[in-house]
Design a protein around this ligand. Structure first.
Ligand SMILES: [Zn+2]
Ligand SMILES: [Zn+2]
Length: 193
């Protein structure tokens, strides 16, 4: 299993979102076993936050393999479905960050309007560390609401032939090609009038 260090290395920094994605992934792996080498585990993510990087590294459901599906709903929901059985686990984040003191709120507001003094930076750093720590140590029941069962499997990633755009000459996979004035074009060329 990949470590949190490996997740941080991929993402570039540690942050509360990433750590949430790490916890989501640990639970998915506990349920479904190993990291996906091919497309045997599908992840449907309903946001494009830092958490999704953790999901990709940990579960092997990745953008490039086509077994990571992004639905732009802006929700903290992650659904994992095993192929070919269709057994699924829907993980919804219910976690609330720890309440803050008036002083902490004030420091955060000063940061948000652009202040970068030593005191403000330290307070912001501590706030982030506390969140990360809380997420790493919270019980699953504090973090997640779960639903299990058979779920609809999205189609497996397909490989399409490439054809050439008649305007820019670059290759484009067939289902994305368009016809403009009777000629085959790519989407960027179609959009240029
Ligand atoms: Zn991040
Ligand atoms: Zn083109």
């Amino acid at each position: 299993m990949k470590s949190l260090d490996e997740v941080v290395e991929f993402h570039g920094h540690i942050c509360p979102g990433l750590v949430l994605g790490y916890r989501v992934s640990l639970l998915a792996l506990k349920e479904f076993g190993e990291r996906a080498e091919d497309e045997e585990l599908v992840a449907i993510v309903e946001n494009d936050s830092c958490a999704v990087d953790a999901v990709q590294v940990m579960t092997g459901s990745t953008f490039g393999k086509g077994n990571l599906i992004f639905r732009d709903y802006g929700k903290q929901v992650y659904t994992f479905i095993k192929r070919p059985s269709g057994e699924g686990l829907r993980i919804s984040i219910i976690w609330e960050s720890p309440s803050e003191t008036e002083e902490e709120k004030k420091m955060w507001e000063r940061y948000m309007v652009g202040e970068r003094s030593e005191g403000v930076l330290k307070a912001v750093h501590n706030r982030k560390s506390r969140k990360i720590d809380a997420i790493l140590h919270a019980g699953d029941e504090k973090l997640f609401s779960l639903a299990k069962g058979k779920m609809d499997l999205p189609e497996e990633a397909e490989i399409y032939p490439s054809i050439r755009c008649s305007i820019c000459g670059e290759k484009v996979m067939e289902p994305r090609a368009r016809i403009k004035n009777g000629k085959i074009v790519c989407i960027p060329c179609q959009e240029v009038t």
